[in-house]
Design a protein around this ligand. Structure first.
Ligand SMILES: NC(=O)C1=CN([C@@H]2O[C@H](COP(=O)(O)OP(=O)(O)OC[C@H]3O[C@@H](n4cnc5c(N)ncnc54)[C@H](OP(=O)(O)O)[C@@H]3O)[C@@H](O)[C@H]2O)C=CC1
Ligand SMILES: CC(C)(CO)C(=O)C(=O)O
Length: 300
């Protein structure tokens, strides 16, 4: 089977490299703006600092009929537009969404009512260093699970991904995993982006109050969505602090997006919390969401 990566950015190129290293065949489906360009090999600076080149077959939207298994690695706000173009995607092709944030899956499920649709979350770290050059900045976990009935038959994808990525596990309730990740992102990302700091700086005393209030607001919303699988507020705060400590030297994806003048996933992270907060007030989350919109120039 050939994997097709839709979204050959930082994480998409790193995953391409890791899959190729295991001998998997990988195609990359590129956006329109790359149509007239020369497509060199992908260069990955791996976790040990070694550079490696990987070949992957370039495809465009009209080649969707050839796709056997689609890993979607665009930003959340690019997913629907990218998938709408794949009008010839076979009904049997599994579509695996790997973006951060939530709120996209519903649209994808109605776009592809007959396809197996799955979601994944990944805590690998990847950064773009240049055109077709990426750096693998951190190894992490990957979880995969079904978003519809047809998706339930695709647990068989896990071993190949686990071999390539170092870890991959199946979850019958992937929405729970997505909510756990969203809760972390909804605290760290907007705070680091609005204050232009790295993750570790959130532990400075000046952020103690805002961190306490935002974590309470986010926990309140997420725990209502999680029902009986919810963590307690202190369990959530312990997990949050652990992620901050483990990623202390990193700049969050939202901080990087804002610093580099790109749109961010604000609408799918803080926006998702706001949509599900009603009737409970979430003033800090609301303020950070608005601030992010201003910084993005109202692009989300
Ligand atoms: N980077 C990381 O460390 C991690 C990222 N994530 C999540 O993974 C997702 C991807 O992140 P990241 O790799 O950093 O993002 P990037 O912006 O680096 O990559 C996204 C890629 O999607 C491509 N793309 C956009 N629209 C289309 C389209 N219509 N057709 C084909 N390709 C398209 C873009 O191509 P182009 O711009 O060339 O057109 C770009 O290369 C995000 O949701 C992120 O939050 C999760 C964990 C870690
Ligand atoms: C966990 C965290 C916050 C690490 O930076 C992340 O996922 C992100 O930056 O989007």
């Amino acid at each position: 089977m050939e994997w097709t990566i839709l979204g050959a950015g930082a994480l998409g190129c790193v995953m391409t490299g890791l899959l190729r290293q295991q001998g998997e065949s990988v195609a990359v489906m590129l956006s329109e703006r790359h149509r007239g360009h020369f497509h060199p090999h992908i260069e990955v600076l791996d976790i040990t600092g070694q550079r490696q080149l990987f070949y992957s077959r370039p495809l465009f939207a009209e080649h969707a009929y050839k796709v056997e298994c689609l890993l979607v690695l665009t930003k959340a706000y690019q997913v629907v537009d990218a998938l709408k173009r794949l009008t010839t995607l076979p009904n049997s092709t599994p579509v695996i969404l790997l973006h951060n944030g939530m709120g996209v899956a519903e649209q994808v499920l109605s776009l592809f009512p007959n396809n197996p649709v799955l979601a994944g979350i990944s805590s690998h770290g990847a950064m773009k260093e240049g055109n077709w050059q990426v750096r693998h900045t951190g190894k992490g976990e990957t979880w995969l699970g079904p978003l519809n009935e047809a998706g339930k038959a695709y647990q068989s994808l896990v071993p190949a991904l686990a071999a390539a990525l170092g870890h991959c596990e199946w979850s019958d309730d992937i929405a729970q995993q997505q909510l756990r990740k969203l809760a972390i992102n909804a605290v760290i990302n907007p705070l680091t982006a609005c204050n232009d700091i790295n993750n570790g700086q959130l532990l400075e005393p000046r952020f103690a109050d805002v961190l306490a209030q935002l974590s309470e607001e986010v926990h309140d919303v997420i725990s209502r969505l999680q029902g009986d699988k919810a963590e307690t507020l202190s369990e959530f705060r312990r997990r949050l602090h652990k992620v901050i400590e483990l990623t202390a030297c990193n700049y969050s994806s939202m901080q990087q997006d804002i610093a580099q003048g790109r749109p961010s996933e604000n609408g799918y992270i803080s926006g998702y919390i706001l949509q599900h907060a009603h009737p409970h007030p979430v003033p800090v989350c609301q303020q950070l969401y608005q601030e992010m919109k201003k910084r993005e120039g109202f692009r989300t």
